[in-house]
Write a protein of this length. Structure first.
Length: 149
């Protein structure tokens, strides 16, 4: 199975992408990175994103617009990478974290934007997204997202 992973970190500087080919080998799943890239956000988009981040005040209208614009930027990267590697079976998008709620040292919630429907529409592949909250509900901090053993 070939999966494209997309993420943008706390530096808010752009989108990182990696394609991993997964295969079952001897009862274990192994992954091999077969392509990777990092694409900077357009300067205007990055400026809008940074201007909307806490502790700045923003509006739901601005969050909605950024959700779409970042989703479209992720979709552009996904489409380019998918075309370059000849297609993928699925995409996992972490999106862009814009708020992480921590209370008393415990993560309580997290908000990522970058509407994944834009990615699905551009690539034609199923998209898994909003995965950080699952780690939080299991007692983690949402980042780094990792399996609990």
């Amino acid at each position: 199975m070939r999966v494209l992973g997309l993420i943008s970190g706390t530096s808010h500087d752009g989108i990182d992408a990696a394609v991993v080919d997964f295969a079952a080998e001897g009862g274990a799943v192994r992954g091999e990175v077969t392509a990777s890239t990092s694409v900077p956000y357009a300067p205007e988009l990055r400026a809008r994103l940074i201007a909307a981040l806490p502790p700045a005040q923003t509006t739901l209208a601005e969050v909605c617009e950024l959700d779409t614009l970042i989703g479209q930027a992720f979709a552009d990267v996904a489409a380019a990478v998918t075309s370059e590697v000849g297609g993928v079976d699925a995409v996992c998008s972490h999106g862009q974290t814009v708020y992480h709620w921590v209370d008393g040292g415990q993560a309580r919630g997290t908000l990522q934007i970058g509407q994944p429907a834009w990615i699905a529409e551009r690539t034609g592949a199923p998209v898994v997204s909003d995965i950080r909250i699952r780690d939080i509900t299991a007692g983690g901090h949402g980042a780094p997202a990792r399996p609990r053993l």
